[in-house]
Unconditional design. Structure first.
Length: 84
C-alpha cells in the first residue's frame, strides 16, 4: 500500500518528521505500508545538507489503520532505521 502526500498534507506539514536524536528533518513525498512497518520516502536535511530519495523505515507502538495517515505520522515510533 502506498500513500502520496497531497499538497494539503504538505501545507499542513503532516508529511514532516524531525528525528531529534539524529538531528534529521524529513519532508515525506510518500509513505508505504510494509509487513512489519512503514517506509517514509522524501527529502531529508541533515547538518544543513539536503538528501533526495531519503528513506526511513519505522514501526509504531500501536496498530493504526493505513487510511489514517495523519495518525500514523503523529504516532509514537517503536523503532526506526535508515534505508540505504
Amino acid at each position: 500500500m502506498k500513500y502520496i502526500f497531497t499538497e494539503e498534507d504538505k501545507r499542513r506539514e503532516i508529511n514532516v518528521i524531525f528525528i531529534e536524536d539524529d538531528n534529521v528533518l524529513v519532508r515525506g513525498e510518500f509513505i508505504t505500508k510494509e509487513e512489519d512497518g512503514y517506509i517514509l520516502n522524501g527529502i531529508a536535511v541533515i547538518d544543513e545538507e539536503t538528501y533526495h530519495d531519503f528513506e526511513v523505515f519505522f514501526a509504531l507502538n500501536e496498530d493504526i489503520n493505513f487510511d489514517d495517515i495523519e495518525a500514523i505520522m503523529n504516532a509514537q515510533w517503536d523503532w526506526y532505521d535508515y534505508v540505504c
